[in-house]
Design a binder for this molecule. Structure first.
Ligand SMILES: [Fe+2]
Length: 132
Protein backbone atom coordinates (compact mmCIF):
# COMPACT_ATOMS: atom_id res chain seq x y z
CA UNK A 1 0.00 0.00 0.00
CA UNK A 2 1.34 3.39 -0.98
CA UNK A 3 1.76 5.95 1.77
CA UNK A 4 3.11 9.48 1.74
CA UNK A 5 6.48 10.58 3.00
CA UNK A 6 7.79 14.00 3.96
CA UNK A 7 11.35 14.53 2.72
CA UNK A 8 13.70 17.52 2.50
CA UNK A 9 12.88 17.64 -1.21
CA UNK A 10 9.48 19.12 -0.36
CA UNK A 11 10.73 21.46 2.35
CA UNK A 12 9.44 25.03 2.07
CA UNK A 13 12.19 26.14 4.43
CA UNK A 14 9.56 27.58 6.69
CA UNK A 15 9.27 25.64 9.94
CA UNK A 16 5.61 26.36 10.48
CA UNK A 17 4.49 25.25 7.02
CA UNK A 18 6.86 22.27 6.98
CA UNK A 19 5.43 21.10 10.30
CA UNK A 20 1.90 21.48 8.97
CA UNK A 21 2.77 19.47 5.86
CA UNK A 22 4.26 16.75 8.06
CA UNK A 23 1.09 16.65 10.14
CA UNK A 24 -1.09 16.52 7.01
CA UNK A 25 0.94 13.58 5.69
CA UNK A 26 0.75 11.86 9.08
CA UNK A 27 -3.06 12.08 9.23
CA UNK A 28 -3.38 10.91 5.61
CA UNK A 29 -1.13 7.92 6.27
CA UNK A 30 -3.10 7.05 9.39
CA UNK A 31 -6.25 7.06 7.27
CA UNK A 32 -4.70 4.90 4.53
CA UNK A 33 -3.26 2.39 6.95
CA UNK A 34 -6.46 1.98 8.91
CA UNK A 35 -9.05 2.25 6.18
CA UNK A 36 -8.78 -1.44 5.28
CA UNK A 37 -8.47 -2.91 8.74
CA UNK A 38 -11.13 -0.73 10.28
CA UNK A 39 -13.55 -0.43 7.38
CA UNK A 40 -16.73 1.43 8.30
CA UNK A 41 -15.46 2.09 11.78
CA UNK A 42 -15.90 5.29 13.74
CA UNK A 43 -12.12 5.55 13.79
CA UNK A 44 -11.99 5.85 9.99
CA UNK A 45 -14.71 8.49 9.76
CA UNK A 46 -13.15 10.39 12.67
CA UNK A 47 -9.77 10.35 10.92
CA UNK A 48 -11.37 11.57 7.73
CA UNK A 49 -13.00 14.42 9.62
CA UNK A 50 -9.69 15.18 11.30
CA UNK A 51 -8.03 15.29 7.88
CA UNK A 52 -10.64 17.67 6.47
CA UNK A 53 -10.50 19.99 9.46
CA UNK A 54 -6.71 20.03 9.54
CA UNK A 55 -6.55 20.69 5.81
CA UNK A 56 -8.93 23.62 6.18
CA UNK A 57 -6.78 25.07 8.94
CA UNK A 58 -3.53 24.52 7.05
CA UNK A 59 -4.83 25.99 3.76
CA UNK A 60 -6.04 29.05 5.62
CA UNK A 61 -2.65 29.55 7.30
CA UNK A 62 -0.84 29.10 4.00
CA UNK A 63 -3.12 31.54 2.18
CA UNK A 64 -2.68 34.19 4.90
CA UNK A 65 1.09 33.91 4.64
CA UNK A 66 1.04 34.03 0.86
CA UNK A 67 -1.18 37.06 0.89
CA UNK A 68 1.23 38.76 3.33
CA UNK A 69 4.18 38.25 0.98
CA UNK A 70 2.18 39.25 -2.09
CA UNK A 71 2.45 35.90 -3.86
CA UNK A 72 1.31 36.64 -7.45
CA UNK A 73 -0.35 33.26 -8.03
CA UNK A 74 -2.38 33.30 -4.81
CA UNK A 75 -5.78 33.09 -6.54
CA UNK A 76 -4.69 30.10 -8.58
CA UNK A 77 -3.29 28.46 -5.44
CA UNK A 78 -6.51 29.11 -3.53
CA UNK A 79 -8.48 27.47 -6.33
CA UNK A 80 -6.38 24.30 -5.95
CA UNK A 81 -7.09 24.26 -2.22
CA UNK A 82 -10.80 24.77 -2.82
CA UNK A 83 -10.87 21.98 -5.39
CA UNK A 84 -9.29 19.61 -2.86
CA UNK A 85 -11.72 20.51 -0.09
CA UNK A 86 -14.76 20.15 -2.35
CA UNK A 87 -13.54 16.85 -3.68
CA UNK A 88 -12.84 15.26 -0.31
CA UNK A 89 -16.08 16.58 1.13
CA UNK A 90 -17.91 14.95 -1.77
CA UNK A 91 -15.94 11.70 -1.73
CA UNK A 92 -16.16 11.19 2.02
CA UNK A 93 -19.80 12.11 2.58
CA UNK A 94 -20.97 8.49 2.74
CA UNK A 95 -18.04 7.46 4.91
CA UNK A 96 -18.73 10.16 7.44
CA UNK A 97 -22.42 9.20 7.45
CA UNK A 98 -21.41 5.59 8.10
CA UNK A 99 -22.90 4.29 4.82
CA UNK A 100 -19.68 3.34 3.14
CA UNK A 101 -16.01 2.73 3.72
CA UNK A 102 -13.03 4.68 2.41
CA UNK A 103 -12.75 3.85 -1.27
CA UNK A 104 -9.63 3.24 -3.30
CA UNK A 105 -10.72 6.24 -5.37
CA UNK A 106 -10.51 8.49 -2.32
CA UNK A 107 -7.11 7.13 -1.27
CA UNK A 108 -5.70 7.46 -4.79
CA UNK A 109 -7.00 11.01 -4.98
CA UNK A 110 -5.46 11.98 -1.62
CA UNK A 111 -2.05 10.49 -2.41
CA UNK A 112 -1.86 11.96 -5.91
CA UNK A 113 -3.14 15.41 -4.99
CA UNK A 114 -0.97 15.86 -1.88
CA UNK A 115 2.14 14.64 -3.72
CA UNK A 116 1.62 16.91 -6.70
CA UNK A 117 0.54 19.92 -4.68
CA UNK A 118 3.41 19.81 -2.19
CA UNK A 119 6.09 19.08 -4.77
CA UNK A 120 4.92 21.54 -7.43
CA UNK A 121 2.41 24.19 -6.35
CA UNK A 122 3.82 24.70 -2.86
CA UNK A 123 7.39 24.72 -4.18
CA UNK A 124 6.44 27.55 -6.46
CA UNK A 125 5.78 29.97 -3.58
CA UNK A 126 8.92 28.99 -1.62
CA UNK A 127 11.06 31.86 -2.88
CA UNK A 128 8.38 34.44 -2.04
CA UNK A 129 7.90 33.11 1.47
CA UNK A 130 11.58 33.22 2.28
CA UNK A 131 11.85 36.91 1.42
CA UNK A 132 10.29 37.90 4.75
FE1 LIG B 1 -0.86 24.81 -0.77
Amino acid sequence: MEVLEWTEAISIENQRIDDQHKKLIEITNKLIEHSYAHAQSVFVSDTLNELRKYTEYHFHEEEMLLSKVGYPKLEEHKREHLFFLRKITFLCQDVVEGKDTVTQELIDFLVKWIKTHTSKSDMDYKKYLNQI
